[in-house]
Design a protein around this ligand. Structure first.
Ligand code: UTP
Length: 415
């Protein structure tokens, strides 16, 4: 810590955030130190600009949206084996690592714990982490390698995640040898007046900065360096909540290598034009994802000469990156998107406020906002029933929930 308390007060005054020290005198020494460190680490100019962005409708420069090319994995014919062989060779040479993003809060599922520790109700009672690990181990065996596994947590769930892995002896993986954990970045939450919130613990209320924080977190935590030491050149990045995620796919890898692209993504065809999913596209000629809220009805329903949706390739958070692309993406800040959430906080008089409706802004970066960094990417359409069974909601919602994921998992594994 380089600033004294006087300097910190002056800093807060400048940015109109003096209330952050209201409860300071009541904190113990360790927390006092922590709070001051937190304040020092905040980029107040960024916080201010984020707040300003909540007041006005962000006007994105009009971008020309066009369809993106994709290939269907199951219509590759002879090319299937060709790509597969290229990919297999690279995997055998130890060039692939897997990253699981497990820093999300899982608010929709409403489960009290890291989502990766969730039991989807199979007879084995395996957690999502274990299901993912099973598939990594099985695939690794095929190629005679151990696929290094990197897990992104948040400050909020990191200890519980590691405790869980400890308890399960890392499912046969070895900590710091072939399984690594790193914590994603955070941003302060703020109220509708732009005041940063203090949480129940007397410290600044921080929230994970979205799955788009992955690139910066991989670089800052030096996981990218670690990967390089291990000889990794390609990194599959996926979510923790898709129990069918196929992290080791030689066809995807072969396609990326053969096409000489630095990013290759999997898609599943949209269930129907109105499905609420983001779809791959090009914006101003660069790869991107257009969210369902952004797409016009006309575009959503447009078809090509074969009757296929022009914007029908859903983004399922199954993306393969060349390690250099990750470094490039980690060097440039991504835009933040705004979410309005319920957040408990301590008010200026020291009272705990438990809101019953959203009261606070949270800022998140989206992984796919970095896609525009590359000139081209490959999109590989895979089968939904083989690769996409997300656990997002509670069973009462009925879609993308433990029940649907469990059924899909069982069907694919003939259980
Ligand atoms: P979602 O966007 O579905 O968010 O994350 P979530 O946190 O799991 O669930 P809700 O929206 O609160 O209900 C997709 C993937 O990205 C990861 C999640 O862990 C999940 O694997 N993620 C999301 C992060 O790692 N960090 C984040 O800040 C956000």
């Amino acid at each position: 810590m380089s600033k004294n308390i006087g300097e910190i007060r002056a800093l807060l005054k400048k940015y109109n955030q003096e209330h952050l020290l209201n409860g300071y005198d009541k904190l113990d020494e360790a927390k006092k130190k922590q709070l001051l460190e937190q304040i020092e680490s905040i980029d107040f100019n960024l916080v201010n600009s984020l707040y300003e962005s909540t007041k006005k409708e962000v006007k994105h420069a009009t971008q020309e949206v066009t369809p993106i090319d994709y290939v269907d994995k199951y219509k590759l014919n002879d090319k299937y084996k060709y790509y597969e062989n290229i990919g297999k060779k690279a995997i055998k040479q130890g060039k692939l690592a897997a990253v699981t993003m497990a820093g999300g809060q899982g608010t929709r599922l409403g489960y009290d714990g890291p989502k990766g520790t969730y039991d989807i109700g199979l007879d084995s009672h395996k957690s999502l982490f274990e299901l993912l690990c099973d598939s990594l181990k099985e695939e690794g065996k095929k190629y005679g390698v151990t696929i290094p596994w990197f897990i992104m947590t948040s400050r909020e769930n990191n200890d519980k995640t590691i405790e869980f892995f400890e308890k399960h002896k890392y499912f046969g993986y070895q900590k710091d040898k072939n399984i690594f954990f790193f914590i994603q970045g955070e941003l302060p939450m703020m109220d509708t007046e732009g005041k940063i919130l203090i949480g129940e613990d007397g410290l600044i209320k921080l929230a994970a900065d979205g799955h788009g924080g992955i690139y910066e977190a991989l670089v800052k935590s030096k996981m990218v360096d670690k990967m390089k030491q291990l000889g990794v050149e390609w990194v599959f990045i996926g979510g923790v909540d898709n129990c069918l995620v196929r992290m080791v796919d030689p066809v995807l890898m072969g396609l990326a290598i053969d096409r000489d692209v630095t990013v290759a993504c999997k898609s599943v065809v949209k269930a129907n034009p109105k499905e609420n999913v983001g779809v791959f596209c090009k914006k101003n000629g660069k790869p991107n994802v257009i969210e369902y809220s952004e797409i016009t009805e006309e575009m959503a329903e447009a078809t090509d000469k074969n009757g296929e949706l022009l914007y029908g390739e859903s983004h399922i958070l199954c993306n393969l990156f060349n390690i250099d692309a990750i470094e490039r993406m980690g060097a440039n800040p991504l835009p933040y998107h705004l979410a309005y959430k319920k957040a408990k906080y301590i008010d200026k008089d020291g009272n705990l406020v438990v809101p019953t409706s959203p009261n606070a802004y949270k800022f998140e970066a989206f992984l796919f906002d970095a896609f525009g960094e590359v000139d081209d990417m490959a999109v590989l359409r895979v089968k939904r029933e083989e690769e996409f069974a997300p656990v997002k909601n509670s069973d009462s919602v009925g879609v993308d929930c433990p029940k649907t994921a469990r059924e899909l998992y069982k069907r694919l594994h003939n259980m």
